[in-house]
Design a protein around this ligand. Structure first.
Ligand SMILES: Cc1cc2nc3c(=O)[nH]c(=O)nc-3n(C[C@H](O)[C@H](O)[C@H](O)COP(=O)(O)O)c2cc1C
Length: 407
């Protein structure tokens, strides 16, 4: 096998014949801008949607669909062998079927058989095609073999239709590619493949009336980083997102909620078959006892009514004591302003989760920032400090510790 000894990471971008092929151009631009040597291998059908000239100009590389061009260079073997990442975006139902069954009737399918690097499929198709048992079985086969198959987004499809099957935001697909390549250079395997993980993110809002709510400063960035990193490590990810303005990460099933009660319902529903649940959302402890159906008015001369609160359910404690699935790993987050470690240890004992990520919060710390610093406490007494750095680094540490605890 050819050794991969090149300075710039080599990406093969397979483009297949779906209407979303034009979005591959945006992805290609991001890949080349980032310094990756990117070679586009379109199928014949893809060229009905975007011309070879566009791919050649954007990549600075030759473009071929057949194995019969430049035969002396044996492209049907070389391109796959020397790749650091193969990403098929968009991936048609047809290419998923061919890849699952090992067909090799064009340059892309030959490349898929010769590649020994991570392979990422970004399917896009009509909902019926995606949901068909044939497609679902092909996706399951590819995932079992270690390929990353991104869940399509929900939204507008070709024509007037909408539903699941949409190509995700190209920027988030690029982000997945970048992370997959980072893991190649760090030589870390896709160790969460065939695992389902549920993550809560953001901050709940507890409405007082139709215009006001009690909320918190959580941006959702940590929970979204956990979702992105888990997806890049091959997991099937459900992200229960409370009021975050961040774009849905590629390949992640996102359930949007507003209140603590809605968040509990969505997490418990998804947790039934989950291998791990990570509660990164800032969930309000209390909510207003009464919801005013009309806007609360300021009455001249009158003092405001005191606010009366009731307790919200303690989702982390509930999940930890009554696990929806045997052997499930439960991870909590504790945001503390003082006595950080002592309060964290006490919370871990109270909640009975497996891991608790303890971080200090304050005006400029943690909330909304790109970086985080934390200590991950284990129910077994372990303490893993994570120095100040990107939220992805903390996320990967959490997944390392979760993976160690899987039964
Ligand atoms: C206008 C048009 C749009 C299409 N969009 C999709 C699509 O989004 N996803 C898909 O799986 N197939 C789509 N197809 C069908 C594929 O092009 C067809 O299955 C083709 O054989 C795929 O070949 P390939 O996988 O070699 O690229 C579309 C076909 C047409 C004519």
């Amino acid at each position: 096998m050819e050794q991969r000894q090149h300075e710039r990471p080599r990406v093969v971008l397979g483009v297949t014949g779906g209407i979303a092929a034009y979005k591959a151009c945006e992805l290609l631009r991001r890949l080349t801008e980032s310094g990756y040597e990117t070679r586009v291998v379109p199928t014949e059908s893809a060229l009905h949607f975007v011309g070879a000239a566009t791919f050649a100009a954007l990549s600075g590389q030759p473009v071929a669909t057949e194995v019969w061009e430049s035969v002396h260079e044996v492209p049907h073997v070389r391109i796959g062998q020397s790749a650091d990442l193969v990403v098929v975006a968009p991936a048609t139902a047809d290419v998923l079927a061919k890849a699952a069954h090992g067909l090799a009737d064009d340059l892309l399918t030959n490349t898929l058989l010769t590649a020994r690097c991570p392979v990422l499929f970004v399917p896009a198709m009509h909902t019926e095609m995606w949901e068909h048992p044939a497609t679902q079985e092909n996706v399951a086969t590819l995932r079992r073999r270690g390929c990353l198959v991104v869940e399509p987004a929900v939204g507008r499809l070709t024509g007037a239709d909408s539903g699941k099957g949409r190509f995700p935001d190209p920027e988030s697909v690029f982000e997945l590619c970048r992370r997959a390549l980072e893991r190649v250079s760090a030589e870390v395997p896709a160790d969460l493949s065939e695992r389902h993980v549920v993550i809560s993110a953001g901050g709940t809002r507890e409405p007082l009336d139709p215009v006001r709510f009690l909320g918190n400063r959580s941006s959702g960035k940590q929970g979204y980083a956990l979702a992105r990193t888990a997806a890049a490590r091959g997991a099937r990810v459900t992200l229960v997102a409370a009021n975050s303005v961040l774009p849905d990460p590629a390949g992640v099933d996102v359930v949007h909620v507003e209140t603590a009660v809605q968040l509990r319902e969505a997490v418990l529903k998804a947790a039934g078959d989950a291998d791990a649940v990570v509660m990164a959302a800032a969930v309000a402890d209390f909510r207003p006892a009464v919801y005013a159906p009309g806007k609360i008015k300021k009455r001249t001369g009158a003092e405001p009514e005191p606010l009366s609160l009731v307790r919200n359910p303690d989702i982390l404690a509930e999940l930890s004591t009554d696990r929806p699935r045997a052997g499930q790993i439960v991870v909590g987050f504790a945001a503390e302003t003082d006595d950080v470690l002592a309060n964290g240890r006490a919370k871990l004992a109270r909640k009975r989760c497996d891991l608790l990520v303890v971080n200090e919060v304050g005006e400029k710390k943690t909330f909304g920032a790109e970086e985080n610093e934390a200590v991950v406490l284990g129910a077994d007494g372990s303490e893993t400090p994570v120095p100040y750095g990107p939220k992805e680094v903390l996320s990967d540490t959490v997944w390392d510790l979760v993976a160690l605890r899987f039964p």
